[in-house]
Design a protein around this ligand. Sequence first.
Ligand code: DC
Length: 225
Amino acid sequence: MIIAIDGPAGSGKSTTAKAIAHKLGLKFIDTGAMYRAITLKFIQSDVDLSDIDKLKKILGETRIDFKESEDQLSVYMDGVDVTESIRSKEVTELVSQVSVIPEVRNALVPVQRKLAEGEDVVAEGRDIGTVVFPEAELKIFMVASETERAKRRLKEMQEKRIKIDYEEVQESIKMRDTIDSTRVHSPLTKAPDAVEVDTTNLTFEEQVNLIITLYKSRAAVNFKG
Ligand code: DC
């Protein structure tokens, strides 16, 4: 069973997917964290993003792993815990430009599919229901108003003690929305069979319970064949 959750930045995908995984005992795959980790590696390597041969070499040499614990999904790059550093302003500003590069997507998508092999998973990102797992039994397209998404991201970043103001967050979200949804390769788009969930006026509990209800009704239908 695969639950695919896609949507723009700040729509609540990550926290919701994590809670659903925890409640239903599913494996959680945070694909955005993978694009962030490789972006961090490119920054550390000081590579020019137009140097495709060098990017491919780095992609071939880099290992990204997840470790799940009670309430946290930790991300490791080449054995180093990068859970915090991949959320930095620097990485956030560059990650959409890295995600546009076909060679990056071609390297990461097979890793995402491998992580799901033989498992029941909830995966979140931008192209999960359209490209990574088009066969997913339940596809959610999560949206929220731009103002609400900016407010949530600001709160998240302030909790991480990252210095940023509302206007800056709003600008960054707008820029990422534009790049993520207009790129040629695997743009952010709603799969035809996805259920749109607008979380603007929903509490966190409500959005988690809504998706769990959808999951249970799909699972019942699948069970009956
Ligand atoms: O969900 P996030 O903010 O952690 O994602 C970071 C970036 O990674 C996002 O701006 C676009 C990219 N991304 C992508 O292109 N495809 C995915 N499946 C997941 C994320």
